[in-house]
Design a protein around this ligand. Structure first.
Ligand code: HEM
Length: 413
């Protein structure tokens, strides 16, 4: 028996169990146990609190500190100094900053997301989806991940940034590697070199695009970030680079999984899929329900700002807290029959885009991508069938998604 088990801690409640492929394939029973047996749980294996009730997740996201990147000294103390270049980029990204630094960055970045810009992207999303589905229709089969879920957000992200869309495959590969840092709490030394290469590759790529755009501006986030000014304040070049990286990664890994997890969930609930086919006006609420039911981003982390009490437990200042949005989304105190998929669910303020100051910056774009992709698939193919074979979930514990989702298609006009 381990020392921890000997002290009366129940290892079966640890989030490290997500490393078990069976738990990863269906983490919801574990989240249910955590929420009902120990909703503010000290996980001695992760050395972090794990919070699973809806109301507590909201409190953590609203009030706790997002400033959680380890300093070079802390990394060295853990023997992880090789990761310092990644941490240097992360400390400049909005996701890891508190006010006022966060407010400044987010305010300047929001210049890129004017409704006009999002409207232009909507048209392109429609065109790209049609083209990708034309190719699938000709083949009669589709890998929902490789043929639609991955390329659609990758191309849209390139357009959003204002870089050549031909670069989308490279952007996708870097982003998948960087997502290993964002989505996981376990350190995998074998992957570290790849993450470092990706971070350095992306930083160099964006520095080069910035040099080009200083000579010849292009519409997009890079240019918006370079030129945004509030009261004479501008972003430095390294801040532009760091926030292009987070937006690029945040925009791709999650949206791929919204499409993949969304299609899988519909195929697993044929009555709800039939309901959607019969009434396509349900598409917006269907996307919200799919986001609630199978969140692409399952949990995130914060630090306690002070000694605080939450759910009757005392959390010490600067202790790490993992807020499990995927568990809060299934809290019966908030959602009636939370384990039932209801594409017409009203009052669906799920946690899948976060809450408060860090609420997803790209949510309007992600929603359009999800709505357009699902509507196009359902309208175009009367029959969508899962091909036989095991489903393999990606080894990313936070960014939940499948390696592949092959389906056969029928009934294309
Ligand atoms: C279905 C797709 C998406 C999901 C589920 C998702 C989820 C999230 C979540 C949960 C957060 C908050 C994390 C936290 O508080 O720790 C977040 C933040 C963020 N997301 Fe998304 N996201 C999606 C798509 C996008 C897209 C398309 C973009 C880019 C255009 C994007 C860019 C960002 C950025 C930059 C942040 C940081 C915001 C800040 O710190 O103020 N995301 N996202």
């Amino acid at each position: 028996m381990s020392a921890v088990a000997a002290r009366g801690v129940d290892p079966s409640l640890s989030l490290y169990r997500l490393l078990d492929p069976e738990v990863l394939a269906n983490p919801y029973p574990l989240f249910h146990r955590l929420r009902s047996e120990d909703p503010v749980h000290w996980d001695p294996f992760l050395h972090a609190w794990v919070v699973t009730r809806y109301a507590d997740v909201v409190t953590v996201l609203y009030k706790f500190s997002a400033d959680r990147t380890p300093s070079p000294e802390q990394l060295a103390a853990m023997g992880l100094e090789a990761l310092t270049p990644i941490a240097r980029v992360m400390v400049k990204q909005m996701l890891f900053l508190d006010a006022p630094a966060h407010t400044r960055l987010r305010g300047l970045a929001s210049y890129a997301f004017t409704p006009r810009r999002v409207a232009i992207l909507r048209e392109h999303i429609q065109e790209i989806t049609t083209r990708l589905l034309d190719e699938a229709a000709a083949r009669g089969r589709l890998d929902v991940i490789a043929d639609l879920g991955a390329p659609l957000p990758a191309i849209v992200t390139a357009e959003m940034l204002g870089v050549p869309t031909e670069d989308h495959e490279q952007l996708k590969n870097w982003s998948a590697d960087f997502a290993e840092v964002l989505g996981n709490f376990q350190h995998n030394p074998d992957r570290a070199a790849r993450m470092l290469r990706a971070t350095e590759g992306m930083a160099e790529y964006f520095r080069e695009r910035i040099r080009e755009q200083k000579r010849q501006p292009r519409e997009g986030l890079i240019n918006a970030l370079l030129t945004a000014e509030i009261d004479g304040d501008r972003l430095t070049e390294e801040e532009v680079v760091a926030n292009c990286i987070i937006t690029m990664v945040g925009g791709q890994e999650t949206t791929t999984n919204l499409i993949g997890n969304g299609v899988l969930t519909l195929l697993r609930h044929p009555a709800e899929l039939a309901r959607l086919r019969a009434d396509l006006s349900l598409i917006p609420s269907a996307v919200e329900e799919l986001l609630r039911f199978e969140p692409p981003s399952q949990h995130t982390a914060r630090m306690a700002p002070d000694d605080v009490e939450l759910g009757g437990r005392r959390i010490k200042k600067r202790q790490a807290v993992i807020a499990v949005m995927a568990a809060g989304n299934r809290d019966p105190e908030r959602f009636p029959e939370p384990d039932r998929l209801d594409l017409g669910r009203a009052d669906n303020r799920h946690l899948s885009f976060g809450w408060g100051a860090h609420f997803c910056f790209g949510a309007p774009l992600a929603r359009i991508e999800g709505q357009v992709a699902l509507a196009a698939l359902v309208k175009r193919f009367e029959r969508i069938e899962l091909e036989p074979g095991p489903l393999v979930w990606r080894q990313n514990l936070g960014l939940r998604g499948l390696e592949a989702l092959p389906v056969t298609l029928g009934g294309a006009p």
